[in-house]
Design a protein around this ligand. Sequence first.
Ligand code: FES
Length: 168
Amino acid sequence: MSRVPLPYNPKILELFRNPKNLGKMKDATVTALAGSPACGDMIALYLKVSDDEVIEKVMFESYGCAANIATASITTELVKGKTMEKAWKVTWKVVADEVGGLPKIKYHCGILSVGALRRAIREFYKMKAKKPSWLPETLTLEEKHALEEEELAKVLSRKLKLAKSVKK
Ligand code: FES
């Protein structure tokens, strides 16, 4: 059976081949993970934050698909040099527009990137024991999506283990 190639636009393909800010950051102020290694869709996001809450440096590692790498890369570009408050306002739709649009079945890749970013921002304020007025109490769509994906990965891995044990 042959696979139909996804209609990725040239910007996604370019960012996939030459992602910006890719790699581990050793001196990160805060790190967040979103997704699960069990299904391969996972992002690690690293932020270096200054005393006046500006993102000085941002890097990511991705274990997902081309759209995952491209959207994570563009997310880092969008928040670099921004205050934490402005970075919080970057939604998955902003990210999707910035990469020139995503195929529908790849929306979740962009949502996951922003989920990781928002987790990192929340973690930063948790570490500082601060609650800025602009930070919502409830989880946003992007954060909920990351949680759902992690739950799904757990269920799948349990089913896989069960199927393997039945085969034995
Ligand atoms: S990260 Fe899941 S398909 Fe792209």
